[in-house]
Design a protein around this ligand. Structure first.
Ligand code: DGL
Length: 361
């Protein structure tokens, strides 16, 4: 009896010791700062102008990532930060191959236990495309936050430093997990899926037709809604299983447009064309024959709209999508429709499957 009691006492003390150790280590972990990696690609946030008055005249993609980090010492208050220079380019020059390189690096880092969040500094011109692409193919719950600036760091009232501080604070925040790829600009936290550059020369440039997800103020995130479309861990696409994005081009719709762009895309060997149509993605009568020729060759025809900012292209409304076997891009603007088509066509050539994908992502 005595021995059993003695053994019971030892077992009880051992369990208590294990619990205490676990608590202390988890407490210690909770106190440890999040580890955030900043992947720099260029853009205005790395730009430099000749004088402080040059807020719009400058050269993008000049300042290296270590200098960006050194320029905001307060980053160390919100996270343990380190930087990698992936590219040093103006974002209008991004290629599909560079998107793939960036996506694979993000995916690899997200798998590392010593990485809690990732920030990508990026030019604002195509920032929305990169953010949406990563939202589709990076299978991780960890926060991935894309950030840019509208003024170079050399300008009066430069916005890049606070944008970078906000982006790192969001990437370090546990409540940013599982919300898809995010964009931090101008105090707002935007969905990488929804946001686009709506103004080309103001700091409040980025808008989401369905509203921002939240705000970040003095390093703290405040959330007001969450994404409902499939993304990251709920996506069927995986960057680690994609070799090459499909070639997809966009043609802008307007009165008196010709079908020359579509003929040229056909010669270039595209797998899909995005029609940035007038109104609800309308297609001029004299363009339909060219689109039907492309469709007959297996090229997908996807109707988006030049009108954006709070609506969506309705299937079989004014245009007989069923009859022509076309796909509608739903609420995605033409540049985002191109990204989704380029990814989706790595998995299917079926127009009905494509339509499902455009409705679900
Ligand atoms: N050349 C543009 C770009 O790299 C500059 C715009 C910006 O980054 O704000 O996207």
């Amino acid at each position: 009896m005595q021995v059993r009691n003695h053994k019971g006492w030892i077992a009880g003390r051992t369990l208590a010791l294990i619990a205490a150790l676990a608590l202390s280590s988890s407490t210690a972990f909770a106190d440890a700062k999040s580890k955030v990696v900043i992947l720099a690609t260029g853009g205005t946030i790395a730009g430099a102008g000749a004088t402080a008055a040059n807020s719009a005249t400058y050269q993008a993609a000049k300042v290296p990532v270590d200098k960006l980090i050194a320029g905001v010492p307060e980053l160390a208050n919100v996270a343990d930060v380190r930087g990698e220079q992936v590219f040093q380019i103006a974002s209008e020059s991004f290629t599909n191959e560079q998107l793939m390189t960036l996506g694979k690096r993000v995916s690899a880092l997200a798998k590392q236990d010593d990485v809690d969040g990732i920030v990508i500094t990026h030019g604002t011109d195509t920032l929305e495309e990169t953010a949406f692409f990563l939202n589709l193919v990076v299978r991780s719950e960890k926060p991935v936050v894309v950030v840019g600036s509208m003024r170079p760091g050399s300008a009066l009232s430069a916005d890049g430093m606070l944008n970078l501080y906000d982006a790192v604070a969001v990437a370090a925040a546990k409540d940013a997990r599982g919300k898809g790829v995010l964009v931090a600009m101008n105090d707002e936290i935007q969905s990488g899926r929804d946001v686009s550059k709506a103004i080309n020369i103001r700091t409040e440039a980025f808008k989401s037709p369905w509203g921002a997800l939240g705000m970040v103020v003095e390093g703290k995130s405040y959330w007001f809604r969450a994404p409902v479309k499939r993304h990251t861990t709920s996506s069927e696409f995986d960057i680690d299983k994609i070799e090459k994005l499909a070639p997809v081009e966009v043609a802008y719709g307007y009165g008196n447009m010709s079908d020359a762009a579509y003929r040229a895309f056909d010669k270039a060997g595209v797998k899909a064309v995005i029609h940035a149509g007038t109104g609800n993605g309308s297609v001029a009568k004299h363009i339909v024959p060219a689109l039907q020729e492309l469709r007959g060759k297996g090229v997908q025809v996807i109707r988006s709209a030049r009108v954006t900012g709070g609506g969506f292209v309705l299937r079989n409304a004014e245009q007989p999508d069923d009859k022509y076997d076309w796909v509608v891009a739903h609420d995605l603007n033409p540049q985002k429709a191109r990204i989704l088509a380029a990814v989706a066509l790595t998995a299917t050539q079926d127009s009905k499957e494509l339509q499902r994908i455009f409705w679900e992502y």
